[in-house]
Write a protein that binds this ligand. Structure first.
Ligand SMILES: Cc1cc2nc3c(=O)[nH]c(=O)nc-3n(C[C@H](O)[C@H](O)[C@H](O)COP(=O)(O)O)c2cc1C
Length: 380
């Protein structure tokens, strides 16, 4: 049997297979307070499997941290029951649920955040988008964080982790990828600070370290993961030497003995645009620096996932888009069964349709059998 379908361990947890649900923002919270909706609980419950890992979509840690109207957040009491329902739905299937925690930084707009200018490590040209009631709009111009403000954001991360723990999540993932605040600090294209949070990479990772330590103070290191996207361009980030920067990041994360390092391959440009033909490389240069489990993500199919785990470059593989339309993806991949194609128009916002109504392979087969039986009965 391919190693992808064998057991493994991340931090405190034993897993039965290595197919992970990647975090996906689907913009289906109940507005105006970002209440996690019942259909979200259905969605995650359907995608959970016995001792399988599901990573729940990015949840903003404060009002200031929000980027997209309809996206998840975790900072007020009204949301607690909704989050608990999601953790419970995953546990009901025997799965493990980690919640991804995010601060959007400069990827924001005064209509979705706390009304102040979006915050960033430093001010620079940035023409990204945020999602408001008027749809995707250019971001509001950002401002640089004062040094004394940073501790407050770190505390927001800690508070969000406390809420996640109260809701029953098995762990949390620090969103250090895709050009959001942690990534804005790490990469030198977006961090021109001159205080202890800017300059050399040792300083640029300070915010990541402090945020991570806040999460660890709540959960313990063996229940915290970190996601990074070396060379990712989403959010307008760039680095003059991604390999050196992210090797250093991996080295730092290794010190903490976290549950896993989650790496979006550089071949994924934004949320889901692939640089075709780009080989799996991030894990190759990060592997020597990180001795814990590595989850690779970005453009995988069954074959490349099997190969990547077999080669030892990664220990687990996370799938995003294929998982949207195949709730039983680990089962399908394990048995080499056909996949239901995904429906891109339903990715961001909408109803249960093409979200929580995709059938498992078994129910597809049962429906096929039922309609054949019906046809045969008509013929007879
Ligand atoms: C609808 C959608 C929402 C996403 N939301 C998130 C998110 O909340 N957090 C994150 O780290 N990545 C997010 N991503 C990126 C995915 O986790 C993943 O890295 C990317 O889609 C590539 O994997 P795939 O080729 O298996 O789809 C999102 C992707 C999609 C398609």
């Amino acid at each position: 049997m391919a190693k992808l379908f064998t057991s493994s361990k991340i931090g405190a947890y034993d897993l039965k297979h290595r197919v992970v649900l990647a975090p996906m923002t689907r913009l289906r919270t109940i507005q105006p307070d970002d209440i996690p909706s019942p259909m979200m609980a259905d969605f995650y419950g359907q995608r959970a499997s016995q001792d399988g890992l599901v990573i729940i979509e990015a949840a903003s840690i404060s009002k200031q941290a929000r980027s997209y109207l309809g996206a998840a957040s975790i900072f007020h009491d009204g949301q607690d029951a909704g989050w608990k329902a999601i953790a419970d739905a995953v546990h009901a299937k025997g799965g493990r649920a980690f919640l991804q925690l995010i601060h959007g930084g400069r990827q924001s707009h005064i209509e979705v955040n706390d009304g102040g200018a979006p915050v960033a490590p430093s001010v620079g040209p940035f023409d990204g988008v945020a999602l408001t009631k008027d749809g995707f709009v250019p971001v509001t111009p950002h401002r640089a964080l004062e040094t004394h403000e940073i501790a407050g954001i770190v505390e927001d991360f800690r508070q969000a982790a406390l809420r996640a723990k109260k809701a029953g999540f098995d762990g949390v993932e620090l969103h250090g990828a895709n050009g959001y605040l942690v990534d804005q600090f790490i990469q030198d294209g977006s961090n021109k600070r001159t205080d202890e949070y800017g300059g050399p990479v040792e300083n640029r990772v300070r915010f990541m370290r402090e945020s991570l330590e806040a999460l660890i103070s709540v959960y313990g290191a063996d229940r915290v993961g970190v996601r990074i996207s070396p060379s990712g361009e989403w959010g307008g980030v760039s680095d003059s030497n991604p390999e050196a920067t992210f090797s250093y990041v991996a080295k730092v994360l290794n010190e903490y003995k976290i549950a896993y390092l989650h790496v979006i391959e550089p071949r994924v440009k934004g949320d889901d645009t692939l640089h075709h033909g780009h080989p799996v490389v991030a894990t190759a240069y990060l592997r020597p620096h990180f001795s814990g489990p590595i989850i690779a993500a970005g453009g995988f199919d069954r074959e490349s996932a099997i190969e990547t785990v077999e080669s030892g470059l990664a220990d687990l593989v996370a799938f995003a888009r294929h998982f949207t339309s195949n709730p039983d993806l680990p089962y399908r991949l394990g048995n080499d069964l056909p996949l239901t194609p995904y429906v891109r128009t339903a990715f961001w916002g909408g109803t249960e349709e093409n979200y929580s109504d995709f059938p498992t392979y078994e129910s597809q087969q049962a429906a096929r059998q039922a309609s054949e039986d019906e046809e045969n009965a008509e013929v007879a």
